[in-house]
Design a protein around this ligand. Structure first.
Ligand code: TRP
Length: 335
């Protein structure tokens, strides 16, 4: 039997997950979970590249774990853990720091964007963060990294660092990972500004459906979605508002675009909005309830995460030991 390829995905604990996170990422991992050997972790080490309050960080970390489990991630199938529980991430990051060029990091467009917005005091972590991401990926012999287009450059950097390291020591220490870029249908846009991606950092919450919004709030936001001029329901880039609502329906129902467009022949925008709101509520409410139950029993939730961390660590330690001995570090006690 061919062993399964390794897939790795990360969750940012910087807010409660929104509809874009759920439909663009989580729902997809749940669908793929038995095809791959999967690692899925909450990137609290990454979150602190920008200021976080301690209460929010721990709350959002546990919320993210509960949400993913509630959405159907099976912790027996997927190794689910908190990044800071596996200290090998930080350890490998240091090593890879010494195999990454200053110029490479300076070319990262996400860094250029973020640093131009954050004024004078730009944390070094914001600059070196792609190296931590490379460690995340390389620690687990990852083959597949499902990410949005905005992360492609970071995965490319990871490939370059891994290739450089392998060449330097003339051994295949690291597996070279591949980005799996999510299709446009999986890209849910802001309801108030359907030309930008739905994002927690949007100016206005009205365009962002958080998965812990009440049913009423969800309905209000979707019914209030900005639509386009005209009245015909068609799927085209010139009608980003309508296209987005159709994409939401496709992601939830897994029907084809054509099937949905056909269904709305001769109907009005209002119909599309009402139905989309209903679908979102029906999808989100059971997850919300389940997440609530998981959060009530924190000990069990934490046990699941500790168990995941232990499994992850076994793999991570093996990789790191291989790296340390390749570099020429003298083995420490117990290794
Ligand atoms: N940088 C990713 C983002 O901002 C999150 C991330 C951290 C990640 N480590 C990763 C994604 C490893 C894929 C693999 O969305």
């Amino acid at each position: 039997m061919k062993t399964k390829d390794i897939m790795l995905s990360a969750i940012q604990p910087t807010s409660y997950p929104h509809l874009g996170n759920y439909l663009g990422a989580v729902k997809n991992w749940v669908k793929l979970q038995d095809q791959y050997r999967s690692y899925c972790f909450i990137v609290d080490l990454h979150a602190i590249t920008v200021p976080q309050t301690p209460e929010n960080l721990s709350l959002n970390t546990l919320n993210a774990a509960a949400f993913n489990l509630a959405a159907g991630l099976n912790p027996k199938e997927v190794t689910l853990f908190i990044q800071s529980h596996v200290k090998e991430h930080a350890e490998l990051a240091w090593i890879l720091n010494c195999f990454t060029y200053f110029g490479e990091l300076g070319r990262m467009t996400q860094f250029k964007d973020k640093s131009s917005k954050s004024g004078e005091n730009i944390g070094a972590g914001l600059f070196t963060y792609p190296i931590l991401m490379a460690s995340d990926i390389l620690l687990y012999d990852t083959k597949i990294v499902p990410v949005g287009e905005d992360q492609r450059q970071h995965v490319e950097l990871t490939r370059n660092i891994a290739t450089r390291f392998n060449h330097r020591f003339e051994k295949e220490i690291f597996i070279i990972p591949e980005p799996r870029i999510q299709g446009s249908g999986a890209r849910i846009m802001d309801l108030q500004d359907p030309t930008s991606k739905m994002s927690k950092s949007a100016q206005n919450d009205k365009g962002v459906v958080f998965m812990n919004d009440s049913a009423k709030e969800m309905e209000k936001k979707i019914k209030g979605a900005v639509t386009d001029s005209g009245s015909e329901i068609v799927y085209t880039p010139d009608k980003p508002g309508i296209k987005n609502l159709i994409d939401i329906q496709v992601a939830i129902t897994q029907k084809s675009i054509q099937e949905i467009v056909d269904h709305y022949q001769g109907k009005m925008y209002g119909h599309l909005k009402v139905d989309t709101a209903k679908l979102v509520m029906e999808e989100a409410m059971p997850i919300q309830e389940k997440a609530g139950q998981l959060l009530k029993d924190k000990d069990t939730l934490i046990d699941i995460l500790h168990d995941g961390a232990e499994r992850a660590r076994n793999h991570a330690r093996e990789t790191l030991d291989r790296v340390y001995s390749t570099i020429g570090f003298v083995p420490g006690k117990g290794r």
